[in-house]
Write a protein that binds this ligand. Structure first.
Ligand code: UDP
Length: 360
């Protein structure tokens, strides 16, 4: 198959601003290449693919980022800036897709989904967020009525956010296991990983660390500086150990030394890459029972699921984290979320999308 992949129009690949989509895209490229498919990636200027993905052709496009939907009101209209990056990436995609079998879109936005109705090529969409926008959700509903195969979701819980999707295609996610080394570090520090933004609920993890009289190691882009500062000021100085945004390789070495990852989203997380990355290193996870993480973590086996927003409940699980066998965490990832498993699911799905177009 020849696949044209369109990245997120928020931040270049490697910036961290695109969140989990950046890693998902690289995992997918790697899995598709190893299955023998040809992949062309369209991404913002300055983007880099992970090494070993060099066989994929990368086209970089210059332009102005979209505003992420989780930081707009649910009823906000679609905004397309002058010199729009999204428009530029779609134009490039259409241009090179002439020779391709399918266009695969990874940006959560209105325009690419709308184009499904007018573009001759099969146009498939990996929906990377829950229902964050009425205009996007209503459009998915409309397009889904005509093209029911064209949408895939990372988790069942995420797909439930779109009640009109009757039989959702669930593709999970994939992780290159060689990039994560298992560590049996039962006495390490507490970890938190993610974009530092209100929907990620960092304050609840800092609360847990403070109650235990420990530091919390925090990795990720400070997307919202004011929010980061506000949390820092609400707790004793030094409770947060800011580690910055680092490469997957650096992240996994340090994360693997931690005894637990705290995952505290306040929104319906579509999947939760960082949860699986921790498990891949052997680090159990305590998360709120909400969104993708509640489908990934096996309560009592690979971590614990606390009642949503109940930080005391979360604290009680962190206190008994040594009961979790770290080997089981790694095993879950090997059996459920390798790049090969992920790419195979995506290929099966894309074959259905292409077949549907051919039958029309
Ligand atoms: N991440 C990273 N380096 C860091 C912190 C985070 O590469 O120092 C990546 C992490 O690997 C993950 C992404 O940031 O892929 C966060 O994705 P997630 O799905 O957890 O949340 P999102 O940002 O998409 O809401």
């Amino acid at each position: 198959m020849r696949i044209v992949l369109i990245s997120t129009p928020i931040g270049y690949l490697g910036s961290g601003k695109g969140g989990g989509v950046e890693l998902t895209l690289n995992s997918l490229v790697s899995g598709l290449l190893s299955l023998g498919h040809s992949v062309e990636v369209i991404a913002p200027e300055n983007s880099k693919l992970h090494k070993n993905n060099e066989k994929a052709k990368l086209y970089c496009v210059e332009g102005k980022d979209q505003i992420s939907w989780q930081h707009q009101n649910y009823d906000s209209p679609v905004i397309i800036p002058d010199n729009s990056l999204l428009v530029g990436m779609l134009e490039k995609g259409l241009d090179i897709a002439k020779q391709a079998d399918v266009l695969l879109n990874m940006s959560y936005d209105w325009l690419p989904i709308w184009m499904t109705q007018i573009v001759e090529k099969p146009f498939a969409h990996i929906i990377s967020m829950g229902n964050e926008s009425s205009v996007v959700s209503n459009l998915i509903s409309k397009v889904y009525a005509k093209h029911p195969y064209n949408f895939a979701f990372h988790s069942k819980i995420q797909a439930n956010d779109y009640p009109f999707i009757k039989k959702p295609t669930i593709i999970g996610n994939g992780f290159k296991l060689d990039n994560y080394i298992f560590q049996d570090a039962v006495n390490g520090p507490l970890a938190w990983v993610g974009r530092v933004a209100p929907e990620k609920g960092l304050e609840d993890a800092v609360y847990v660390a403070n109650e235990l009289g420990e530091k919390l190691k925090v990795w990720g882009v400070k997307e919202d500086e004011t929010y980061a500062l506000k949390i820092e000021k609400s707790f004793p100085q030094g409770t947060i150990d800011w580690m910055g945004f680092v490469s997957t390789n650096e992240l996994q070495v340090e994360l693997g030394k931690c005894r637990v990852l705290l995952n505290t989203p306040k929104w319906n997380e579509a999947y939760g890459n960082v949860v699986v990355e921790a498990l891949a290193c052997g680090v159990p996870v305590v998360a709120y029972k909400r969104g993708g993480p509640s489908e990934i973590i096996q309560h009592d086996q690979t971590g614990y699921l606390a009642d949503p927003d109940d930080k005391k409940n979360m604290l009680s699980y962190v206190k008994i984290i040594e009961r979790i066998k770290r080997k089981k965490c790694r095993e879950w990832v090997e059996k459920n979320a390798s790049t090969d498993i992920f790419a195979n699911k995506v290929v099966n799905w894309l074959n259905k999308v292409i077949k549907e177009y051919k039958s029309k």
